[in-house]
Design a protein. Sequence first.
Length: 109
Amino acid sequence: MKYRRLGNTGLMVSEIGFGTIPILQGSVPVLPDYYNLSEDQALDVMTHAFLLGCNLYDTAIVPEYGDAELKLGKFAARIGRNRIVISDKTRFYDGNEMYQAVQTSCENL
């Protein structure tokens, strides 16, 4: 795996990141029918990517992304939160809604 410096942060991130859409479970309109991983399957897939050198994981809190953020939080706890870089996002909200979304993400992750 190759790594690059992330801006001026000093962090080194894998050139290939892991987007969490494929680890979702449930009825998610953005996914093909064959994506429907249980929590155990999702943790195994993320662990495999980590063992291959991936340390950049991307997720979102928006409702159509279901349980990905929760699964990523459990994965981070499993391997050690300080060993990965997480990028997260949400929809555009007003200030109070954004604050609530960030709080929820922090709890999930």
